[in-house]
Design a protein around this ligand. Structure first.
Ligand code: PBG
Length: 327
């Protein structure tokens, strides 16, 4: 039988398959999200995210040691304050939980690269991502508070800030505030393409940040839209973002690809809490092979064009890469 092209030739051994792999990944591009909370002596399991906990500062050491041991070097901090109010004042308080966590990690784990989520929803009594005017989020007043939050993170030792609020103009507002305060070299990773998504459900339980009324559809994007995603990405490029994020990851990989092709910035994608919860639930039932699913999800994000992958499975993935299961 005459057949010149036989794709199976290149699949005939593990050595050859590895040689011709098109997507290569490294633990250096993984980011691990971590929840820190006010209080003492607590490491609370998050029910919808088995294996993930919320730590008070005096208990976070154990987890950070595990992160270091895994080979992951980048963390994304989320804060859960004891006290929430209308204007989210703990978000920009000098002794806020994230600010203290930054000082602690800078001191105790200087090898970890410190990124912070900049948003109001974990800090406001109403759970929205900004300050309210009636039942609406007041975009421009919120900008001032986001900029103040980003500056206070920088002052406490953040090495990168990641605004996730989806207000218009926030990248420029944060960039200007950082520049005016001596942080012109601090990069901004923008949650530029962030959809109003049911995939954030478990996170909101973890952070106690579900909106007390309404939803986030007046600021997060409608998941039907592709051109609008590019508009948001390009706008943030113009405003001075250094890295563009697409979030969630798994259901939005088409946009990871498009942002990768449309901009010349590094692209990050965030495999969010709902993705993690689905994998864990199915695995606990014995319905899927967790490790292999986690590997395929990660590689698909990179194959789509992601340069950076934010995931609650970061520690496990770093192990899989080290063992040569992927990468
Ligand atoms: C804060 C924020 C959220 C997530 C990251 N930053 C929640 C939200 O927008 O409701 C979600 C992360 C996840 O689900 O893992 N605005």
């Amino acid at each position: 039988m005459e057949m010149l092209v036989r794709p199976r030739r290149l699949r005939s051994s593990e050595t050859l398959r590895r040689m011709v792999r098109e997507t290569r990944i490294s633990a250096s591009s993984l980011i691990y999200p971590l929840f820190v909370m006010d209080g003492v002596n607590k490491a609370e399991e998050i029910p919808a995210m088995p294996g993930q906990k919320r730590y008070t500062l005096d208990r976070v050491e154990e987890e950070l040691v595990k992160v270091m041991d895994s080979g992951v070097r980048n963390i994304l901090l989320f804060g859960i304050p004891q006290h929430k109010d209308e204007v989210g004042s703990q978000a920009y308080a000098e002794d806020g939980i994230v600010q203290r966590a930054l000082r602690y990690t800078a001191e105790q784990f200087p090898e970890l690269y410190r990124i912070t989520d900049v948003c109001m929803c974990e800090y406001t009594s109403h759970g929205h991502c900004g300050v309210l005017c009636g039942h609406d989020v007041d975009n421009d007043r919120t900008l001032e508070l986001l900029a103040r939050t980003a500056r206070s993170h920088a002052e406490a030792g953040a090495q990168m800030v990641a605004p996730s609020d989806m207000m218009d103009g926030r990248i420029l507002a944060i960039r200007e505030e950082l520049d005016q305060n001596g942080f012109s070299n601090l990069p901004i990773m923008s949650y530029a393409v962030k959809f109003a998504s049911a995939f954030y459900g478990p996170f909101r339980e973890a952070a106690g940040s579900a909106p007390s009324f309404g939803d986030r559809k007046s600021y997060q994007m409608d998941f039907h839209n592709r051109r609008e995603a590019l508009k948001e990405a390009l706008l943030d490029v113009e405003e001075g973002a250094d890295i563009i994020m697409v979030k969630p990851a798994m259901s939005f990989l088409d946009l990871v690809r498009e942002v990768h092709e449309t901009t010349d910035l590094p692209v990050a994608t965030y495999s969010v809490s709902g993705e993690y919860a689905m994998v864990k639930a199915a695995a606990q039932n014995g319905w899927i092979d967790e490790d292999r699913i986690v590997c395929e999800m990660a590689v698909s994000a990179y194959r789509a064009g992601a340069d950076i992958y934010i995931t609650y499975f970061a520690k496990e993935l770093a192990g899989f890469i080290r063992e040569g299961r992927i990468g």
